[in-house]
Write a protein that binds this ligand. Sequence first.
Ligand code: ZN
Length: 70
Amino acid sequence: MFEVIIEGVEDCNCFKKRGKKFPQTFESSYGAKTKAQELIDSMNDTFCGVHHFSLKIEDNKFIILAKRVV
Ligand SMILES: [Zn+2]
């Protein structure tokens, strides 16, 4: 199993409003990575402008990291 998890969004209200549940699990590494990258791209495009999202890979975990940029 591969997991997509998200870190650093405790103070990100726009993320909470979106109502996404994590962790999400996937059968394949490819599926998890594709989903994580999709979420990152869409969040960077449409989100609050306060956070920047990037991908960190650890073993079978694909971690979406939110960092404050302002
Ligand atoms: Zn935010």
